[in-house]
Design a protein around this ligand. Structure first.
Ligand SMILES: *Cc1c(COP(=O)(O)O)cnc(C)c1O
Length: 387
């Protein structure tokens, strides 16, 4: 959910019988309203408020995670019948280290927490971990499975049976050979540590699923050509930035000029490349896109467009209210093949699909409503008026 909660994507997920990792009542509401079943949700937030617990319980959600003693005490009071997954820390080599925030140490903390849960009469049904987002080490999930097995064994010795192992997310989509290697290691580890077939294995891939689902097209508002270290640099001001869809530039983020074939008889890709700095649309001086990358682009002009690929995960979900900037416009496109598979699913309504769309038609505007000077009261005396 947190990687991309756009409604058409959520509907597609429901239509494929895939469940959700939700991390707030807002996310739970969003998927339930679309018709998802509450038992397809893991409320995978290890630290919840009383309100959040009550909300989930009343909505019929069953599963959640914990990694602390206080959380167990709160659960005892507000959600005593929850099916719990103990979140343990497993750190892969990753860009976003979730282990620094969540997950108990499986050697020094987990057993005590399992014992405390049992003493409180709470039901721990499994183990969950997350190796960190954008994880580049292929063996991390397997290490997590090994640790999970030890906790399954502890519970079994105490006469309690766990049933779920949740290997979280962290999978990268940019190189399929890497995810294949991770899958291989996970399957081998499952054979080794969980040969019994009655253990449910859950994964929560976020980035992997939606990364390639969206491409971002930014229009250029303005360009200033300046000199830096005796070299010309094009400062390009775009219509989206850090406060919109581009909060995180990943090491693999790329940018190119939208090519519409030829310009003045020159193939675009043969144009000379120049150093560029990409600025977002706000007055915030930190609103600079891909700051750490050395960007080289052909000479652009206002009304050219830049294209950023792989922008489906952790992009527009971060759009904030800062400076009241416009939210990006989204147009969804589905292949005929996929459309034929999903069009009759009850989660979709006929209006969700347009056949033979006029793709040159503008998208609905996200600009503020127009306001005409005749409609304005003008309560505050203005000095500017006099000059
Ligand atoms: C963010 C998150 C995910 C998804 O992580 P990705 O790195 O996008 O795959 C899965 N599970 C939990 C608990 C998360 O917090």
């Amino acid at each position: 959910m947190k990687a991309n909660d756009w409604e058409p994507i959520l509907k597609l997920v429901i239509s494929q019988n895939i469940g959700f990792d939700c991390a707030s009542p807002g996310e739970i509401y969003k998927v339930l309203k679309l018709g998802a079943s509450p038992t397809s949700i893991v409320f995978a937030l290890p630290t919840k408020t009383a309100y959040q617990m009550t909300y989930a319980r009343e909505a019929g959600v069953k599963h959640t995670t914990f990694d602390s003693s206080y959380e167990l005490k709160k659960l005892k009071q507000y959600w005593p019948d929850a099916h719990l997954l103990i979140r343990i820390r497993v750190d892969g080599e990753c860009i976003y280290k979730l282990g620094e925030k969540f997950g108990c140490d499986f050697e020094t903390e987990a057993v005590a927490l399992l014992e405390e849960a049992a003493a409180l009469g709470l039901k721990v049904v499994g183990v969950a971990f997350h190796v960190g987002s954008a994880c580049s080490s292929v063996d991390s999930h397997a290490i997590g499975l090994q640790r999970a097995r030890k906790l399954f064994d502890h519970e079994a010795r105490a006469g309690r049976q766990m049933k779920i192992v949740d290997i979280g997310g962290g999978f990268m989509s940019d190189r399929t050979d890497r995810v294949d290697k991770v899958a291989q290691q996970v399957n081998t580890a499952l054979e080794e540590y969980f040969p019994e077939r009655d253990v449910l294995v859950v994964a929560e891939p976020g980035r992997y699923v939606v990364d390639s689902a969206a491409t971002l097209y930014n229009s250029i508002n303005n360009i200033r050509r300046v000199t830096k270290d005796n070299k010309p640099v094009n400062m390009i001001y775009l219509n989206d930035g850090l406060h919109g869809s581009m909060r995180y530039a990943e090491p693999w983020t790329t940018v190119e000029k939208l090519s519409i074939g030829q310009k003045n008889g020159v193939e675009i890709d043969q144009e000379e490349l120049e150093e560029a700095i990409l600025w977002g649309p706000t007055c915030d001086s930190t609103d600079r896109i891909m700051e750490k990358a050395a960007i080289r682009l052909p000479r652009c002009s206002p009304f050219d467009w830049l294209v950023f690929k792989l922008q489906g995960a952790y992009t527009f979900v971060f759009h904030g209210p800062f400076s009241s900037i416009e939210i990006p416009l989204m147009r969804s496109v589905v292949s005929l093949e996929l459309w034929n598979k999903i069009k009759d699913h009850p989660v979709f309504s006929p209006e969700d699909f347009v056949s033979n769309p006029d793709i040159s038609a503008p998208l609905p505007s996200t600009l503020p409503p127009k306001i005409h000077r005749d409609q304005i009261n003008g309560f505050n005396a203005s000095l500017l008026d006099k000059v």
